[in-house]
Design a protein around this ligand. Sequence first.
Ligand code: SF4
Length: 122
Amino acid sequence: MIKRMTCILCPNGCKLKVEVANNEIASLEGARCPRGEKFAYQELNDPHRNIATSVLVKNGDIQLVSVRLTEPIPKDRIFDVMKEIKKVTCTAPIASGQIILSDVAGLGVDVISTKEIMNAVN
Ligand code: SF4
């Protein structure tokens, strides 16, 4: 069986053509580096994704702060994590890299800000 996928481990976004036989990678084409095979293996067996979204901010100079996860999570848990993130509102000031939500959905991964938010100027 041939599977096609895009490696998302770096901005190159290599288009991978993976031949799978007996649940193993029999051959791989299109990867520009060895990480492509590692990505293909995980994608076939236990796909993970990161999430980039935003959270509401109180008293900030803007009303949303961009956030991401500290590590990719199993793809089938994205809905659970988004549900938890949607419940959160944080208060300015917020530092870039600040933990917004710890151990989200019990996955051992944090939600962190990717932007600094200052207090609103009155
Ligand atoms: S195979 Fe290597 S070069 Fe290509 S997207 Fe993946 S990490 Fe980047």
